[in-house]
Design a protein around this ligand. Structure first.
Ligand SMILES: [Zn+2]
Length: 251
């Protein structure tokens, strides 16, 4: 199973087939076709059939801090000022969102406990094991079992295009020495495979490989469909990752 492309209500977006099989999940990853920074909340609200006021976001800082949204959170609007790169909830009808332009969107779903998570993994977050931290948080807060968790690694800059310094490649190889082939050398250049590192971080926490979808879709290769910060210097537009538990699940 992989990723599918949908054209609906004048916009193009992406979804994981594995997540689509779960009836009570709404999710998507936006593209550059039909979307812009202004219309994203309205369009997502319309596609998910959830009020725009229920969209949650945080201040992304390339860290690995997780924000759990439970009934103790009095006003989730305040979270937009909170520095964090991961969102988790089991509350239906809230739309978790993160913004991306090359950084990896990572989607999580515990099918048994009905918990969703979303992470923003650039190289810094990936270096800090953001995927592992998300899975640990799901285990600690919701007693999630690894075999119930689905992971989706969405469109982002691939190992084909993500050139990094030799020094950074060495830092990753040193920190993740148990992971093989995460840094590749081609023509004396070093390329980092953020997809594979996040995949192996999930495997490391006990997620079954069959429950992980790698979209293998590179934003820098496909600028007809996506915005790429690397390829299009200083671009202000972003793609948004979104996931929510449908309100129908509680009926
Ligand atoms: Zn590429």
């Amino acid at each position: 199973m992989g990723i599918i492309e949908k054209y609906n209500k004048g916009v193009l977006y992406y979804q994981f087939e594995s997540f689509n099989k779960v009836a009570y999940i709404n999710h998507l990853f936006t593209s550059r076709i039909g979307w812009n920074n202004e219309n994203i909340p309205d369009k997502i609200s319309s596609i998910f059939n959830v009020p725009k006021s229920n969209i949650v976001n945080v201040r992304q800082v390339h860290g690995a801090e997780m924000t759990v949204i439970d009934l103790k959170v009095e006003d989730f609007k305040d979270l937009s000022k909170k520095e964090s790169d991961g969102l988790i909830t089991n509350i239906p009808n809230l739309i978790l969102t993160t913004s991306h332009a090359d950084c990896v969107p990572i989607y999580f779903l515990d099918k048994r406990k009905k918990v969703v998570g979303l992470a923003h993994g650039g190289w810094r977050g990936t270096y800090k094991n953001i995927t592992g931290k998300m899975i640990d948080t799901m285990k600690n807060i919701y007693n999630s079992e690894p075999e119930d968790i689905l992971v989706g690694i969405g469109p982002s800059i691939g190992p084909c295009c993500y050139e990094v310094s030799k020094d950074l490649g060495e830092q990753f190889n040193k920190r993740y020495s148990r992971f093989k082939n995460i840094v590749q050398e081609k023509n004396n250049k070093v390329f980092l495979d953020l997809w594979r590192i996040n995949y192996l971080q999930a495997i490391d926490k006990g997620i079954k490989s069959g429950n992980i979808t790698l979209s293998k879709t590179c934003t820098s290769c496909k600028i007809d469909k996506f915005y790429s910060y690397r390829k299009e210097k200083d671009i202000k537009n972003r793609m948004v990752a979104a996931i929510s538990l449908d309100k129908r699940m509680i009926i």
